[in-house]
Design a protein around this ligand. Structure first.
Ligand SMILES: [Zn+2]
Length: 473
């Protein structure tokens, strides 16, 4: 195949990405009963009304409430009131009526206590069933806590969505997390953010994260390395030590490459852990990978182990910093994360790049739009081949059209402009078009649905008012 020259910008120093100061704040304490697979949690969620209209209610997504018998809400209060507010929990969404309307700039605190009894991990099911559960390897606490849904005054306020077994059916705004997990002796905890551990209190400080996930295990060994001031930690089973060290090296190499190319990684630590799961899953400052990839690792980079590692690392930029609606526009993070994996192989593992392209992309891919919603699929493999793999083709064609330096400049521009927001397809396409100095419609048309903006506002480099990001829910 034809290889494009890789022009790396070198070890540039980017301005740090400054998160907003008025993000919601989650303070959570968790008592972890590892042997019984139970969590007892107290959460305080503080929110300032940032919108120019008063709020009469708050809406939380409670993913564990979508699995029968897992979630129990023990108490709920607001501010200093001892009276529980009126609330309803339906289809995984908790709606809490505020005792009085909350004007712009006013702050409210919600206190919740809840218990989770985790199910066994279901590896034959989708990503959702694997993110929360236990196995003989570890206990997965992904998507375990109530999290405020996005608020959009132009679309009727709090945004909710239907459950799907396809993709990652989560949409989250950035928030600050302070989490204290009390674990039994001998159990290690790995989560997102800075670890301020005291004994078996595992304290984490995670600023501007989309959610807080963690995994705990009584079996892990651990290794770490320092890359550009970031401590990368790999946790693995003793029998998979060589694979665990390979994950550490790949994650460190990817972190350096993406930081140099797009902008700085925002935390001091990144953790990646082995657990029972399907594939991998990203969380802010943290990812996990299935133990199957460690057990089947062939001893080199031509493996799901290395590919999935570097895909998950890329989500720290595309999902956590520049967020997106993972239900309606999953291509914004998944196609970019897979394109970054392709970049990783070309730059960091060039001897394996052709293998990677041929085994992942150079095959029959479904002729479906890359910017499809998760509801347009009923099979996770078709979803992956369309949104991820055809997504790589889309960005590779853009690379050929406008050149790699210009494409990277556009992606940096998109990242900085959309940092700590929820962006949509218009934001990305308008930025790409601005940097392209010409119409991208001929390149994009084979991959994307063809809404009016493709030939109009985005082509003029303007922000569009109608597009894939504004579909009615
Ligand atoms: Zn992904």
């Amino acid at each position: 195949m034809h290889w494009l020259a890789i022009v790396l910008t070198g070890l540039l120093t980017w301005n740090p990405l400054q998160p907003p100061t008025n993000l919601p704040r989650y303070s959570m304490h968790v008592d972890l009963d590892y042997a019984q697979h139970r969590l007892a949690a107290q959460a305080k969620v503080e929110l300032t009304n940032r919108w120019r209209e008063p709020l009469s209610e708050l809406v939380f997504h409670v993913p564990p409430a979508r699995i029968a018998g897992v979630f129990k809400l023990d108490s709920l209060t607001i501010d200093d009131s001892s009276q529980p507010p009126s609330y309803g929990l339906r289809d995984g969404f908790l709606t809490v009526q505020l005792p009085r309307s909350l004007p712009l700039g006013a702050r409210v605190a919600v206190f919740m206590a809840f218990t989770l009894v985790l199910p066994p991990v279901q590896t034959v099911a989708g990503f959702v069933e694997c993110s929360l559960g236990w196995s003989d390897v570890a206990l997965n606490a992904g998507h375990w806590h109530p999290v405020l849904v996005p608020y959009d005054p132009l679309r009727g306020g709090w945004q909710t969505w239907k459950l799907s077994t396809i993709g990652d059916p989560y949409v989250t705004e950035s928030a600050d997390y302070e989490v204290d997990i009390l674990a039994p002796p001998g159990v290690k905890v790995a989560g997102g953010g800075e670890d301020l551990r005291e004994g078996n209190h595992w304290r984490y400080w995670l600023p501007a994260g989309r959610e807080f996930g963690f995994v705990a295990s009584d079996r892990w060994e651990e290794a770490e390395s320092l890359v550009g001031g970031v401590r990368v930690h790999s946790y693995f089973l003793p029998e998979h030590r060589a694979a665990g060290l390979t994950v550490l090296q790949a994650a460190a190499d990817a972190l350096r490459l993406y930081s140099d190319t797009f902008g700085p990684y925002p935390y001091r630590d990144f953790r990646i852990v082995e657990t029972r799961a399907r594939g991998g899953m990203e969380f802010p400052g943290f990812s996990y990978l299935t133990d199957e990839y460690y057990a089947q690792w062939p001893g080199n980079a031509r493996s799901f182990l290395v590919y999935t590692t570097v895909h998950e690392v890329a989500h720290q930029w595309w999902y956590n910093i520049a967020g997106n609606d993972q239900v309606y526009e999953p291509w914004l993070d998944e196609a970019l994360a897979d394109y970054c994996a392709w970049l990783f192989y070309r730059v960091q593992r060039p001897d394996d790049a052709e293998w990677w392209w041929n085994s992942r992309v150079n095959r029959d891919l479904p002729a479906l739009p890359v910017d499809a919603t998760i509801y347009q699929f009923d099979d996770n493999m078709v979803y992956l081949l369309t949104v991820y793999r055809r997504g790589i083709l889309l960005f590779t064609d853009l690379e050929k059209e406008i050149g790699q330096p210009r494409l990277f400049s556009a992606l940096r521009g998109y990242l900085y402009r959309q940092a700590y927001r929820l962006s949509n397809s218009d934001d990305l396409l308008a930025t790409l078009t601005r940097y392209a100095n010409g119409s991208l419609a001929p390149v994009l048309k084979p991959y994307l649905t063809a809404p009016p903006w493709l030939a109009s506002c985005a082509d003029r480099g303007e922000r569009c008012t109608l597009g894939a990001g504004l579909q009615p829910r």
